[in-house]
Ligand binder design. Structure first.
Ligand code: PFF
Length: 475
């Protein structure tokens, strides 16, 4: 272990930071809406099974790898193979991916910040106009909001692991939980709320098909921040005394619980806004839910609690989403930050500056690809002649395609190259009972057999459908 590597100050700090990474925009709106559309309770059960039996072993493997190597993802793959070129490529991909996803996520976080500020200055009525979003994202003020987010994220990251990442998580995660519970308690008092709860919880297994299963697994994978190098990096900041399996379970449970509870906020609110709603017709996109549908819904609360009251509720909602987004953004930018510090010997400040400039340029290009600049908006075409913007490409390539591929490489690396015995060895540190346990057998078996196969199928299917418009397996 490098003598002066930064460390989280406690297990709780690490768990909150990892949970902060996992709990993101996807949990708060994307999850509830896709659960409601895809079988309610049935989706919840399937999702929980995927988290427990597929995602948890991958999460454990990422953390074990990071703690063993005490390095960023590139450094981890590189050092554990003595510089093997093939595996260093996997490491490079595990650093490039978070870099690009950070750009994609930054764009959305900037919009959330903008909506938060607008709500606070009393403009909820304007945000509730369905045309507002299209105008908002194409106004130059969006770059002002972007500057705000960049400064905040960098102020956190420059503090380092203990004073920056951990402190921010210790502040924002409990706050997020309190805000969420407060909103759920309020929403459940609204007329018709129970219809939403019923729709959310009652299982409908008839909706389950290959595409729903694929969607649920991809959502779980993304939600737990897998394949992004984040958990490798965060776990490189914990001591050998920590129980990785136990911590992974805590992170997975916290993330899933927040997603589940968010459903108790979103669905009742939707049903109270429109008792005749057919959730199947709701938009699949979290973006249009957050920025178009929900502001309209939030404004209608003024009939009950007045304009100021509705604005307060909306402000709490956007603050909640903002906290979730910031802790995720911090975690993802920490990966290339750690890599630059390791590979180039840069100081934390210098790494952050380089990244602020490079991600900043790409974020500006993405921001301008929603209509501001024609060449970026219709950047290219694929998938059967569909126009794709600069933003779409980053999201399609890195979020949809490379993420499961990184997961696949990780499983293969850990079990066949680093080897199961070494994985077990690492996981036994901090958890004496691990060796010989059912958990050990399950982790070793699943990571070397069916999990990589599933991730490979998802990857191949995504490539075929996204880029060639060919449906291979019907999902
Ligand atoms: N778990 C995060 C979410 O559900 O939104 C995933 C994530 C995305 C983490 C982007 C970090 C990030 F930058």
């Amino acid at each position: 272990m490098s003598a002066n590597r930064e460390q989280f100050s406690s297990r709780l700090g690490f768990i909150l930071a990892a949970a902060g990474s996992a709990v993101g925009i996807g949990n708060l709106v994307g999850f509830p809406v896709s659960a409601a559309k895809n079988g309610g309770g049935a989706f919840l059960i399937i999702y929980a099974l995927f988290v427990a039996f597929i995602c948890l072993p991958v999460m454990i493997a990422e953390m074990a790898l990071g703690r063993k190597a005490q390095k960023d993802p590139y450094g981890a793959y590189h050092s554990l193979t003595g510089g093997d070129k093939k595996w260093s490529f996997a490491g490079a991909l595990a650093v490039l991916t978070p870099f690009m996803i950070a750009v994609f996520y930054m764009v959305i976080t900037v919009w959330i910040f903008g909506y938060l500020v607008q709500t606070f200055i009393g403009n909820l009525d304007q945000l509730a106009n369905p045309d507002n979003f299209g105008v908002f994202i194409n106004e130059y003020t969006v770059f002002g909001y972007m500057a705000g987010v960049v400064v905040l994220v960098n102020l956190i990251l420059v503090g380092g692991v203990k004073e920056g990442i951990e402190k921010a998580a210790k502040l924002m995660m409990p706050a997020l939980f309190v805000l969420l519970i407060g909103l759920v308690a309020y929403v459940l008092t609204l007329d018709n709320a129970m219809a939403g709860v019923r729709y959310y919880l009652v299982p409908d297994f008839s909706k389950m098909d290959a595409s729903v299963l694929n969607g649920a697994l991809s959502q779980a994978f993304f939600s737990l921040s897998l394949g992004m190098g984040i958990l490798i990096t965060y776990a490189s900041y914990i001591s050998k005394k920590e129980d990785i399996v136990g911590s992974s379970k805590m992170v997975a449970v916290t993330d899933s619980l927040v997603a589940f509870i968010a459903g108790l906020m979103v669905l009742p609110a939707i049903f109270s806004f429109n008792p005749n709603v057919n959730p199947e017709e709701l938009s699949d996109s979290s973006v249009s839910m957050i920025f178009v549908y929900l502001p309209q819904l939030l404004l209608t609360l003024q009939a009950d609690i007045g304009y100021v009251g509705a604005s307060v509720v909306a402000g709490i909602f956007f603050l909640l989403v903002f906290f979730a987004a910031i802790t995720s953004l911090v975690s993802i930018i920490e990966v290339p930050t750690a890599s630059l510090m390791e590979a180039k010997g840069y100081t934390r400040k210098k790494s952050l500056t380089v990244l602020a400039v490079t991600t900043g340029i790409l974020t500006v290009l993405c921001t301008m690809s929603f209509g501001m600049v024609e060449g970026l908006t219709k950047f290219t075409q694929y998938g059967g002649g569909v126009d794709k913007s600069f933003f779409d490409i980053i999201s399609d390539v890195f979020y949809d395609t490379i993420l499961p591929f990184n997961g696949l490489l990780l499983c293969l690396f850990v079990t066949y190259r680093w080897r199961k015995a070494n994985l077990s060895e690492e996981l036994t540190q901090g958890n004496e009972g691990y060796k010989g346990s059912f958990m050990e057998k399950y982790v070793n078996f699943s990571l070397s057999t069916f999990i990589p196969v599933i991730l490979l199928l998802i990857f191949v299917n995504t490539v075929a459908t996204k880029y060639f418009a060919i449906s291979l397996f019907g999902f």
